[in-house]
Design a protein around this ligand. Structure first.
Ligand SMILES: NC(=O)c1ccc[n+]([C@@H]2O[C@H](COP(=O)([O-])OP(=O)(O)OC[C@H]3O[C@@H](n4cnc5c(N)ncnc54)[C@H](OP(=O)(O)O)[C@@H]3O)[C@@H](O)[C@H]2O)c1
Length: 265
């Protein structure tokens, strides 16, 4: 049995740890939920070092000054001393905007405002552009100065397995956060999932989350209902076989949200 439990964590390229299941909400400037998410965290009484706060620079607002402004605003709005993970929400904004925003995030790490940084909705061509920038910056300014890529958060589920992006990230130890891992609840009665759910006495949502864990992703299931939140975390007492994992390899391209990974600007 693969050794996962609710406390399992992966170590990111930054050296910090990330929980294997994004259990709770995933915030972003664009979702206008940074303040409420942080307030909920702080009110829970759980020590800060046992909580993980992620947020994102809004799509289309890249560039150095914008990114720096957003980092400072997040700290001010949330009252947190540091942000665990800051992502660029989407690659929209052109090469210069992307790389300058990245530079601002790298500087925020140096300044102790942010612990780990990453991207979201980056396709392989965006990732390669960033890797090239990091290498060039390191050659000129020294190791680590170009920033360390820890995470790429993308839509991932059996109907969108994105082998190219996944392979690129895995080769470099970049954590893949899987958003919309439940395909936005559109596959609850799917015939591909039902037999597995029956076999393991689990729900189809739990089968999808277990698939995501076994793929090595960090799934980010969202629910506002307590029983579903509990259901979504009850995925550590069974394991899909290799054959069952293969049976979920549909090979199709069916995003259920937007897909900025293909953007060419
Ligand atoms: N980076 C990005 O561009 C991006 C884009 C989209 C999403 N995300 C992030 O990814 C996270 C999740 O994605 P998502 O909300 O798009 O999709 P999701 O987690 O695949 O699906 C959420 C939907 O499934 C329902 N649900 C949750 N658990 C369930 C269960 N056990 N049984 C039946 N229905 C269940 C929820 O309803 P209830 O809430 O009513 O229970 C909600 O309607 C979000 O926190 C979001 O921040 C990121």
């Amino acid at each position: 049995m693969t050794k996962f439990d609710i406390n399992t964590k992966y170590r990111m390229n930054s050296g910090y740890e990330i929980p294997v299941l994004g259990y709770g909400v995933d915030s972003a400037v664009g979702y206008r939920n940074e303040e409420t998410s942080a307030a909920g965290m702080l009110k829970s009484g759980i020590p800060r070092d046992q909580l993980f706060f992620t947020t994102k620079i809004p799509a289309g607002q890249l560039g150095y000054d914008n990114a720096q402004k957003h980092v400072d605003a997040t700290l001010q709005k949330t009252g947190l001393d540091y942000i665990d993970l800051y992502l660029i929400h989407a690659p929209y904004g052109g090469r210069k905007g992307r790389l300058q925003a990245w530079r601002a995030l790298a500087d925020a790490v140096e300044a102790g405002k942010v612990r780990s940084i990453g991207v979201s909705n980056y396709g392989v061509h965006h990732l390669e552009e960033l890797e090239e920038y990091i290498k060039e910056t390191e050659q000129i300014e020294g190791k680590g100065k170009g920033g360390v890529l820890s995470v790429n958060q993308v839509e991932l589920h059996p109907w969108l397995a994105r082998k190219d992006i996944v392979d690129w990230c895995k080769e470099r130890g970049v954590i893949l956060e899987a958003y919309s891992p439940l395909v936005r609840a559109t596959k609850i009665n799917d015939p591909l999932l039902m037999p597995l759910a029956e076999k393991y006495n689990k729900t189809t949502s739990q089968i999808l989350l277990r698939w995501s864990l076994q793929m090595g992703f960090v799934p980010l299931p969202k629910s506002v209902h307590k029983p579903r939140i509990e259901e979504n975390v009850d995925i550590y007492d069974f394991e899909l076989s290799e054959e069952e994992m293969k049976s979920l390899d549909t090979g199709v391209y069916e995003p259920c949200t937007w897909d900025p990974t293909t953007s060419q600007d």
